[in-house]
Design a protein around this ligand. Structure first.
Ligand SMILES: C[S@@+](CC[C@H](N)C(=O)[O-])C[C@H]1O[C@@H](n2cnc3c(N)ncnc32)[C@H](O)[C@@H]1O
Length: 220
């Protein structure tokens, strides 16, 4: 048990919920978006998913752990009408809102830990790039999968991107769970069927190569 009363996983890698929040607030308070490893001016893989599945413009889209990513800017430019961005960090959301200016009001912003998320509506698309992999505790992973299942509409789609089994062990200084295609498919298999998975390198602003696993799933 830690001070917040939450039990977290690996003895050596424990980070309490409070520390997790502090960590992300500090990252977004002290670093410019272009300085962080996950920065992408154009999130090509994520956008190709919207094209591949011909996601219609009225679809409710939830970007989990969206931070101040540019995905939302691109989705608005493409004419998507119902974009939701969820993040643990209030500072990340504030930065994204400032960047978007008046367009920020077109987005629904949700400031919460995904594990505390109680959806009031269903989403046709669930997107998560580099947030899910921070969950280490099998119970938390199970909870995430359950919450995704409860939040996604019948026949809805999900795109998840994590560090791969060949990728880095840490992201933003925090330990991550690495996923092979098989492992990611297995984790979501209780409620989701794989549609397409692949692995690819992301090059960080500092020139480092990070190997990712991306999978799209359809709700069973
Ligand atoms: C590595 S960044 C990725 C940001 C964005 N998805 C992208 O690809 O540019 C991880 C993001 O997930 C958020 N995050 C981490 N754990 C979270 C959780 N349990 N619930 C909600 N957001 C979380 C962080 O605040 C951060 O914005």
């Amino acid at each position: 048990m830690n001070q917040t009363g939450k039990n977290l996983y690996d003895q050596n890698q424990i980070i309490s919920s409070l520390d997790k929040l502090k960590h992300w607030e500090k990252i977004y308070q002290t670093k410019d978006f272009t300085e962080v490893g996950w920065y992408q001016k154009t999130p090509t893989v994520s956008l190709s998913f919207f094209e591949e599945f011909k996601i219609h413009k009225e679809a409710k889209i939830l970007d989990v752990g969206g931070g101040d990513s540019y995905l939302v800017d691109h989705l608005l430019d493409l004419g998507y009408l119902h974009v939701y961005v969820l993040d643990l960090s209030a500072k990340a959301i504030e930065k994204a809102k400032v960047r978007l200016g008046k367009d920020a009001s077109k987005v629904t912003w949700i400031n919460t830990d995904i594990l505390d998320f109680e959806p009031k509506e269903k989403f046709e698309v669930w997107h998560d790039r580099a947030a899910f992999h921070f969950l280490l505790d099998p119970k938390e992973i199970e909870n995430y999968v359950r919450i995704a299942n409860e939040s996604i509409s019948e026949d809805g789609l999900m795109l998840i991107g994590t560090f791969s089994d060949q990728g880095p062990t840490h992201c933003s200084g925090l330990p991550v769970t690495q996923y092979s295609i098989e492992k990611l498919t297995e984790v979501f298999s209780p409620y989701f069927q794989k549609t397409n998975c692949f692995q690819t390198d992301h090059i960080t602003p500092g020139g480092l190569r990070q190997h990712y696993t991306f999978c799209s799933f359809r709700k069973i």
